[in-house]
Design a binder for this molecule. Structure first.
Ligand code: UDP
Length: 456
């Protein structure tokens, strides 16, 4: 009865964004999904890397005055970046939320806070204000094992117990993920261990976990993860297919590449993009250019401004013969692509990717096989799913070298060796579509999530 009285019966959700591209996209997608389920949406975000409010006229946006600017997006600084954002956002976020609650319309009350898992302060504030907090995981569900079975911040022993890791390794699907390597990668890094311990604690305190994944992709992880955290988990992905939302790109998308793709043969193009954060040196750029040219496959290559260390833009770095190829329409280079549209285009036959989780899911949903070159963080987990569990891609390991690149592209897209990989990728696309249809796993998990929010 008491619990009944404490219910807020609201339909407004406050969403808290971690302000980097691979996190902004899924947060605005979940906003669109929940809006379509009759929730009203308030999006709170730090003032830097602000999403474009005018692209999402149905939502209210509030910029959290964190005082931060010029925050590093470099993979090497990621732990420090997460800590700095959490430190500086907690107090202003609490003030924003208090103001929202003071001014709330009795017919439009706040039902809860959905926060990007990296914005862990939001759970503490939600607890303080007696609101349900829901943690959103923008990576694979299996990435949550890195917190669940984390070592103590002093580096000794595991939380919760020493043998958790060996239990996980008994499942072939989880063993293939090499979780031990991921968990142990934090050993000797006290700041990362400390962050993982905080993430574990806040995730346990959440009333639920939403994951941008599909049940059949991660069956074993989705069975095991709730046992560590003790709260329900809702795998309602792939978000971008469930409720396609307006673009939330921080960089302008160059749509000319779509008309270029229109002129290419079916499944002939290798699409190359390493996401929004990774960088390369000049030599790697040159090896990629040579490898692409000698593969003889048409290519669409995203080279983000600033992604080649030490160079503003690449015009003068690449050879004349390379640009001639581009002029002859055998290649197309853009600074930022409308990636989901690119992957859905019939001309694209392969995706050379860093295996960010959004890119991985987007590729799965379009049945595009992957050439994988993970660089940091959860990408090293995602590549194991692609290459060893789903077997829809090939890994390119070691130093980048033109011959290796040429061979990798041809193996994936042309040679009979890659035929099964290409067929399996198409099979995953069909399964993903089924999960979104009525009574599919994601469709059902979304309805359960709505019920969970309304009854919290
Ligand atoms: N993306 C895009 N255009 C590009 C490259 C990437 O729209 O040229 C999008 C991509 O569709 C994905 C996101 O940026 O949704 C990147 O997220 P991911 O998790 O793959 O990698 P991250 O950038 O976080 O490393």
């Amino acid at each position: 009865m008491e619990k009944e009285e404490a219910k807020r019966h609201g339909r407004r959700l406050v969403l808290v964004v971690y302000p980097f591209q691979g996190h902004i996209n899924p947060m605005l997608q979940i906003a669109t999904i929940l809006y379509s389920k009759d929730f009203s949406i308030t999006v709170l975000h730090p003032e830097f890397n602000s999403p474009n409010h005018s692209n999402h006229p149905d939502f209210s946006f509030v910029s959290i005055p964190s005082g931060l600017s010029n925050v590093s997006a470099s993979p090497a600084d990621i732990v420090a970046t997460i800590s700095a954002i959490n430190r500086s956002c907690e107090a202003p976020f609490q003030r924003c939320l208090e103001q929202i609650l003071e001014a709330e319309d009795p017919h439009d009350r706040v039902a809860g806070v959905i926060y990007d898992g990296f914005m862990h302060f939001a759970q503490r504030v939600a607890n303080h204000l007696k609101l349900p907090g829901i943690s959103m995981c923008t990576s694979a569900a299996a990435s949550l094992f890195a917190y669940a079975v984390s070592r103590h911040p002093d580096g000794h022993g595991y939380i919760p117990c020493q043998d958790s890791l060996s239990q996980l390794d008994q499942e072939p699907e989880l063993e293939a993920l090499k979780l031990k390597d991921i968990i142990e990668s934090a050993a000797g890094n006290p700041t990362l261990l400390e962050l993982r311990a905080i993430l574990k604690e806040t995730t346990k305190n959440a009333s639920a976990i939403i994951v941008n994944t599909i049940h059949f992709l991660e069956q074993k992880a989705l069975t095991k993860v709730p046992k560590y955290f003790g709260n329900p988990i809702f795998p309602i992905g792939p978000f971008h297919k469930l409720a396609p939302s307006s673009s939330s790109s921080l960089l302008e998308e160059d749509t000319n590449c779509i008309s270029w793709l229109d002129k290419q043969a079916l499944e002939s193009v290798i699409y190359v993009s390493f996401g929004s954060m990774t960088s390369m040196d000049e030599n790697e750029l040159l090896e990629i250019a040579s490898g692409l040219a000698s593969s003889e496959q048409p290519f669409l290559w995203v080279v983000r401004p600033g992604s080649v260390r030490g160079s503003e833009w690449v015009e003068e770095l690449l050879s004349e013969s390379f640009w001639k190829r581009v002029e002859e329409r055998r290649g197309c280079i853009v600074k930022w692509a409308p990636q989901k549209e690119v992957l859905a285009h019939g001309a694209v036959g392969g995706f050379w990717s860093h295996c960010g989780w959004n890119s991985t899911l987007e590729s799965v949903c379009e049945g595009v096989p992957m050439l994988c070159r993970p660089i940091f963080g959860d990408q090293t987990l995602n590549v194991r799913y692609v290459c060893d569990v789903w077997k829809t891609g090939l890994e390119m390991e070691g130093v980048l070298e033109r011959g290796k690149i040429e061979k990798g592209i041809r193996r994936l897209m042309i040679d009979s060796e890659g035929l099964e990989i290409r067929q399996r990728a198409k099979g995953l696309k069909e399964k993903a579509n089924f999960c979104l249809s009525e009574d599919g796993s994601s469709y059902n998990a979304l309805n359960e999530l709505v019920q969970h929010i309304l009854s919290s």
